[in-house]
Design a protein around this ligand. Structure first.
Ligand code: NAP
Ligand code: F7E
Length: 343
């Protein structure tokens, strides 16, 4: 019998890669998308137009706000594994939409856990936790034991889902694991996140269809990994012989400014930085034009300044380790943007 997986947020960056991985691993994959007035399946269109659609790949409209819909779906599918990836995942937006973010990221998770509990299923559940939980920790290399200091409504909503997952694991004996994933990127990242904003902006500058990129805090540092490898880590977490929590990270950290420099370097555009604070700018050395400037609107009310994760536990217990360097990730993203915007 084929294993059945249920992925919430299957048309997101991670959901789309995970769906491809699980189909390759011979699962029957069931996934949720939201009803939208426009097409929203771009990241999974290749599966929809493949032989898998409605054979071993099924889509359902639902929203994590809808407890009955979720219960009914889980009851109908009775999945072996659930990957709860659906979320209002944008940190900056969570300051504007704190209640909605909490409804989806916190109570949405609870709805899934309650469905599995009430239906008395033996389903294993993966909960998408995040390095944002660490906030402005003083610990220089964050691991599974590092105390959390969340700094945004997003992080706080995910703190609830992290703890409710642990509680349902302990109090209801459900196989429930948190993956504490550090930032992971790919050509499928939405352009509202900084890496994709930079690679697509730099490519458009190279092609002469955009003049500059406006950014917020370029001194924030992140541990950026490659999304397809991280979804493989999610799957490994659920194949472990017991439920547990794992950090997935590269162990390397770079600033947004360094990401900008690496991206322009790959595109053969030489830049020079001048000015300080809100007046800092990067100039194209060739023509002295401003190609990066700072815009206050992209700053956050409270920022997470530095993240760097330890992957020791997942390396040791699950033999998962990152393979793709940041330079390689930038190359993959820029090459994909070049194809997209050259046409
Ligand atoms: P993403 O691209 O933003 O995808 C989020 C998915 O959730 C989309 O399919 C989205 O659907 C869906 N969704 C949003 N609101 C929903 C709602 N009310 N009901 C049902 N579905 C809803 O995020 P991602 O990068 O793939 O991340 C996957 C998960 O990992 C998220 O929970 C995120 O918070 C977490 N995470 C991400 C990272 C990272 O660096 N990428 C790191 C740590 C943790 P629409 O397309 O309709 O919006
Ligand atoms: O910001 C700074 C910004 O929005 C990264 C989500 O997947 O990863 C992601 O959250 C950094 C921040 O990602 C701009 O202030 C500067 O310090 O790409 P981001 P994020 O907030 O780290 C975590 C692990 C998740 O769980 C989330 O779901 O870049 N930054 N200038 C900017 N950020 C954005 N978006 N736009 C700018 O113009």
């Amino acid at each position: 019998m084929k294993k059945k997986a249920f992925i919430t947020g299957i048309n997101g960056q991670d959901g789309s890669y995970l769906a491809e991985l699980l189909i390759e691993k011979n699962y029957v994959v069931h996934g949720t998308i939201r009803k939208s007035s426009t097409f929203n399946t771009e990241r999974i269109d290749s599966i929809i137009s493949s032989k898998h659609y409605n054979k071993d790949f099924f889509l359902y409209y639902t929203d994590l706000i809808d407890a009955h819909g979720i219960y009914n779906l889980i009851n109908k599918i009775k999945p072996d594994e659930i990957y709860n990836l659906a979320a209002q995942s944008h940190v900056h937006t969570s300051f504007d939409l704190p209640e909605y973010t909490t409804q989806i990221n916190s109570l949405g998770t609870l709805k899934i856990l309650d469905a599995v509990k009430n239906l008395k299923l033996k389903t294993k559940i993966y909960q998408a936790s995040t390095s944002e939980l660490y906030g402005n920790t003083k610990v220089k290399l964050q691991n599974e034991k590092t105390p959390f200091e969340p700094r945004s409504p997003y992080a706080i909503s995910k703190l609830y889902s992290y703890w409710i997952a642990k509680n349902y694991r302990e109090s209801h004996n459900i196989f429930l694991s948190n993956g504490i994933l550090f930032n992971h990127e790919s050509p499928r990242r939405n352009e509202t996140f900084v890496t994709k904003k930079i690679t697509s902006g730099a490519v458009k500058i190279k092609l002469g269809i955009q003049n500059k990129i406006s950014l917020g805090n370029i001194y924030a540092k992140r541990d950026w990994g490659y999304a397809p490898e991280y979804v493989f880590g999610m799957w490994k977490i659920l194949q472990h012989n017991e439920p547990d929590d794992f950090v997935i990270a590269t162990g390397k950290s770079y600033s947004v400014k360094e990401f900008v420099e690496k991206t322009f370097k790959y595109l053969d555009i030489n830049i020079v930085w001048k000015g300080k604070g809100y007046n800092e700018k990067a100039y194209n050395k060739k023509n002295n034009k401003v190609i990066v400037d700072i815009d206050r609107k992209y700053f956050r009310n409270t920022e997470v300044n530095f993240l760097k994760g330890s992957n020791l536990k997942i390396k040791k217990k699950l033999n998962w380790y990152p393979k793709t360097s940041l330079d390689k990730i930038i190359k993959i993203m820029v090459d994909s943007d070049l194809i997209k915007y050259s046409n």
